[in-house]
Design a protein around this ligand. Structure first.
Ligand code: SF4
Length: 200
């Protein structure tokens, strides 16, 4: 029997870890250093949980202020199951955020935002740099064109998803927080500088 952590609670929010894969290799990510611990939770993944296993681990969505797709991986890589679970949560009165790298449109080769409309309440998108050079240095994207694709995703989500916030890590070498903020303004989304201890 697997002991894999699929859901874990922090304060009044429930976090879902549905994959440990991503197309970035962020140098600041604990996973890149082989550490799979977030808060008190070990997010080591030994299998890809399917719909039933995920919703069983949630219980009653209405017990939480928000359900967050997060974890040491990119949840939109599993878009189909993510949307199925999001439907299930929504039907039960839950509120949903996705913490994402913003590369879903690049990976899936079409604009996935319309599939999220009416389901996803909030997107928190890791921007991580004000230009491609800084972004590539810190995120080491495996897919060409990732930085521009992330910006396009911000523009595609702006005004369609109720709350869209791009984030960058304050204090990371070369990251200009004010330049990031100006760029997100141009893309029509919000911005939040974050500390180095949060992944997703
Ligand atoms: S910070 Fe997120 S996107 Fe970057 S390597 Fe870690 S899990 Fe992947």
């Amino acid at each position: 029997m697997s002991t894999q952590t699929i859901s874990y609670q922090i304060e009044d929010r429930l976090y879902l870890s549905i994959t440990d894969h991503c197309t970035l290799v962020c140098e600041f990510c604990p996973k890149t250093q082989g550490v799979m611990q977030v808060h008190d939770f070990d997010l080591t993944v030994d299998h890809r949980p399917e719909f039933t296993e995920i919703v069983e681990s949630i219980g009653d969505p209405a017990e939480y202020t928000q359900i967050v797709f997060c974890g040491f991986g990119e949840p939109t890589l599993r878009l189909k199951v993510l949307l199925e679970v999001a439907h299930w949560i929504k039907q039960r009165g839950g509120t949903i955020r996705i913490n994402t790298d913003g590369l879903a449109n690049l990976v899936h080769k079409h604009n996935v935002v319309p599939e999220m409309v009416g389901l996803i309440d909030e997107l928190s998108i890791s921007m991580n740099g004000q230009n491609e050079e800084v972004y590539n240095r810190h995120c080491q994207p495996q897919l060409e064109g990732s930085f521009e694709a992330m910006l396009d995703f911000l523009r595609a989500a702006a005004g369609r998803i109720p709350l869209v916030t791009a984030t960058a890590i304050d204090g990371l070498d070369g990251v200009d927080i004010e330049a990031c903020r100006r760029l997100t303004d141009e893309c029509g989304v919000g911005f939040r500088a974050r500390k180095l201890d949060i992944v997703g």
